[in-house]
Design a protein around this ligand. Structure first.
Ligand code: SF4
Length: 332
């Protein structure tokens, strides 16, 4: 058997094997929330900006021009014609608005937390904050699939992922997070960082690579909550102190961390495959059900208390349409 695995799927399985089965085997939609889509837009915008800014002729517009474009895009509520835009940053904002038109959040009022306007404002402020970026980039959004090793049971394991920024001497990984202080606490040790440094070494052939820069982008403290009547624009961080929403933290991955990570990942691969084939798997309730301050999207199924109700709920839940291809099992 061949197992193609990525960091997200491993993390999901480690959190709760049942959640992994619902998500990656039964393919049940795990809740495409506004918060998730908001994060996707920020990721897309910062990536497009990174690529565009490598062009020597890249020039930022004035802040005034950027904010005028954001207002226009937020009000228009229609798919923009990206071809008509020439300034690189304004083009990025239009591309993000184009992507957002598929998401429910594009219909949110512009003063709500996860609105298109706030996504575009955060992206624009990020570009003004980090341009010109002195980091030595080799590329952006570098997709990889690399043979990791064979498990004790004889399965071949391939590790997949996308490195946000491949640097000459390391990797850059972007994270959107509500709270940048909490985000700092998650960085050392960090399995994702170790796996990406290993991948960067394999991709480049440079075994000296060890640096990881976590590019933290905070969504804290701006906009009103969905449905809330109250908003006070003067107090929104994005308008009064945008620089506090960005933080880059550096960490270093050692050779022994990489060896431990490889051993653990290959060992987990066998256990994950056993769960994949099993009729019944572990449910890590209640500890996993509210992980990361979010209610698990499958809670109603797990709480139903009867096999038949459970099956009815499973049948009634929407299937995922846009499936990330990080995980795959191929029978020999
Ligand atoms: S509700 Fe809890 S037990 Fe059920 S899948 Fe989600 S995390 Fe696992």
């Amino acid at each position: 058997m061949k197992l193609y695995i990525d960091y997200s799927t491993l993390t999901l399985w480690r959190l709760c094997p049942q959640k992994f089965i619902f998500n990656s085997k039964l393919n049940i939609q795990g809740g495409a929330t506004d918060a998730l889509n908001f994060g996707t837009l920020i990721h897309l915008g910062t990536e497009l900006f990174g690529v565009a800014s490598q062009n020597p002729s890249f020039e930022l517009p004035t802040k005034e021009a950027a904010y005028q474009e954001i207002e226009a895009l937020a009000v228009a509520k229609q798919v923009p014609d990206v071809r008509l835009v020439t300034n690189p940053l304004l083009k990025v904002l239009n591309q993000v608005a184009e992507e957002a038109s598929q998401y429910a959040l594009s219909n949110l009022d512009s003063d709500e937390k996860r609105s298109l306007k706030h996504a575009l404002t955060l992206i624009a402020e990020y570009t003004f904050h980090y341009h010109p970026d002195a980091l030595p980039y080799r590329g952006f959004e570098h997709k990889f699939e690399i043979f990791l090793g064979k498990t004790a049971a004889g399965h071949e394991v391939f590790y997949r992922g996308t490195i946000d920024g491949l640097l000459v001497d390391g990797v850059l990984e972007r994270k959107t997070s509500y709270d940048l202080t909490a985000f700092l606490g998650l960085l050392t040790p960090n399995y994702q960082a170790v796996g990406y440094v290993w991948a960067a070494r394999e991709i480049t052939g440079n075994n000296k690579i060890s640096k990881v820069i976590f590019d933290g982008i905070s969504t804290k403290g701006f906009g009103k909550s969905k449905g809330s009547a109250y908003s006070n624009q003067d107090r929104w961080t994005i308008y009064n102190a945008p620089e506090t929403l960005f933080l880059r933290a550096q960490t270093v991955v050692t050779d022994s961390q990489i060896e431990d990570w490889k051993t653990q990942t290959i060992k987990d691969a066998d256990r994950l495959l056993e769960d994949w084939k099993a009729e019944k798997v572990t449910r890590n309730a209640p500890s996993a059900c509210n992980a990361y301050n979010t209610n698990c999207a499958y809670k109603a199924i797990c709480m139903s208390g009867s096999k038949s109700v459970e099956q009815t709920l499973i049948n009634g839940m929407p299937k995922q349409k846009d499936i990330w291809d990080g995980f795959e099992v191929v029978e020999d």
